[in-house]
Design a binder for this molecule. Structure first.
Ligand code: CMC
Length: 426
């Protein structure tokens, strides 16, 4: 893959560096041997640094392209089910009919969690954020699947991935039920993946509700399955590179996802819309977002990689319309406000120049809210959907030669100095 060489001239010495080409995307300069020359590279925030080789997901942020195993997200969103996408991410190819049925059956038969897991919930306050509960409970799964799990065994890795995908909706719904004080609902094998989640979220032992197929389809379309080397996925890979238990690695990823700059943006976007309140206030908030002395940002706008319309946002916008129509909330003032905010921001010089477009979470928050899901559950649902991506990326890393992830630093602290006894310090 080393087609050409790059030359680095440093301290009067020229160093040849391999330039590697992938199947798509920019070439990368292999700087891994630079440390032998006594220097490191510096790239705060990993703007220009590829930390791994991967065959799973490709993003072209300038053109607004997102491919899973080569398939455009728009085609997957309109033609496949979430479980087909899971199979694709894990195995590299879309399943045939028989493989799809087998995969669906396997997932369906792993949805229950160990009875002992139920007791973990009692340790949390009822008002705990569901993400706090999820980080803890998914990490706790490592206590159930540890001694018998050999991460070097491909079959064990596959079983771990299947368990995670199957159990995440159950755990996510349990996080919700716990915080509202309702009994946990057991999964039902006759329901689809998305229907089952809605059942565990909204049914009670006293009443089973009718599951609206439009809402189930919208959930099935949640487009967060994978997004290459983002903050949470890189966290999973970094934790995984130590040889840690995969359930603990995924829990680390959930922690990284929680922040408002990443998966917490959907919850933050909805809070922002509530704060703006009505269309007449949009101008004031746009001005605040542009003011360098004000740290207010338009949540759900901008992306580290996309400098064009996030292709997931396009699909999610349509899904959002379908859901609002299905629940009779087409004239929902919040959605109207969101549309106005989007219109003004897309025309505003500041947002145009900085290429700040609405991202997927601008619409996913409104969609989930219309489905009846409370805002503090949005990031939990993002985590549920992203679990397959984390599992696929972790598995890809462990299946190939890899090294412990260990970044370097530019040290700017004090130089070596001698210890001063406490009585002699000023
Ligand atoms: N509102 C106002 N200004 C913004 C925004 C925004 N949402 N996002 C970026 N900018 C400005 C920023 O102030 C900076 O201006 P300047 O060049 O004058 O300093 C410029 O645009 C570049 O921003 P940055 O913070 O250096 O870019 P980044 O790549 O580090 O940040 C981001 C990306 C997603 C953290 C940021 O756009 C942001 O905070 N957006 C709001 C949060 C959000 O919606 N996050 C969800 C991302 S999508 C879900 C996912 O994939 O995780």
């Amino acid at each position: 893959m080393a087609d050409e060489k790059a030359k680095l001239l440093i301290k009067g010495k020229t160093i040849d560096l391999d330039v590697l080409s992938g199947t798509l995307g920019p070439d990368v300069v292999d700087v891994s041997a630079l440390f032998k020359e006594g220097c490191f590279t510096y790239d705060s925030g990993f703007n220009s640094t590829a930390a791994c080789e991967s065959k799973i997901t490709f993003i072209d942020g300038e053109k607004g392209i997102l491919l899973h195993r080569g398939y455009p997200i728009e085609q997957l969103a309109s033609k496949s089910t979430f479980l087909e996408v899971c199979y694709l991410l894990l195995n590299g190819e879309l399943p045939n009919k028989q493989q799809e049925e087998q995969f669906r059956r396997t997932i369906t038969h792993h949805t229950m969690v160990h009875e002992q897991i139920h007791y973990f919930f009692n340790g949390f306050r009822r008002d705990a954020h569901p993400m706090a509960i999820m980080v803890g409970v998914v990490g706790a799964l490592s206590a159930f699947y540890h001694d018998t799990l050999d991460i070097k065994n491909p079959e064990h890795r596959t079983i771990s991935a299947l368990r995670l995908i199957a159990k995440m909706p159950t755990i996510a719904a349990m996080c919700y039920k716990y915080t509202i004080g309702q009994p946990f609902m057991q999964p039902l094998n006759r329901l689809s993946y998305a229907e089952n989640f809605l059942h565990m979220m909204f049914d009670t032992p006293c009443a089973e509700s009718h599951i609206n197929p439009v809402l189930a389809r919208a959930l099935d379309k949640i487009l967060h399955a994978d997004h290459e080397q983002n903050a949470s996925t890189s966290t999973v890979r970094l934790a995984g590179s130590t040889g840690a238990n995969p359930f603990a690695c995924i829990s680390a990823g959930i922690g990284a996802l929680w922040g408002p700059a990443h998966g917490g943006a959907n919850e933050a976007a909805l809070s922002m819309l509530h704060e703006i309140g009505n269309v007449s206030q949009v101008g004031k908030y746009i001005a605040r977002a542009k003011d360098p002395n004000d740290n207010f940002r338009l949540m759900g706008f901008g992306h580290r990689v996309y400098k064009n319309y996030d292709p997931r946002a396009k699909v999610m916008r349509e899904t959002c319309h379908e859901v609002l129509e299905a629940v009779g909330a087409k004239n929902d003032p919040l959605f109207k406000l969101a549309m106005e905010l989007e219109r003004i921001a897309l025309e505003d010089d500041y947002f145009v120049e900085k290429k700040l477009y609405p991202n997927v979470d601008f619409y996913s928050g409104i969609t989930l809210s219309a489905i009846g899901i409370p805002a503090n559950m949005f990031t939990v649902i993002f985590a549920l959907a992203r679990t397959v991506g984390w599992a696929a990326q972790w598995n890809e890393m462990i299946s190939n030669p890899y090294r412990l992830g260990r970044p370097r630093q530019l040290y700017t602290g004090p130089k070596k100095r001698d210890y001063i006894g406490i009585t002699d310090r000023s």
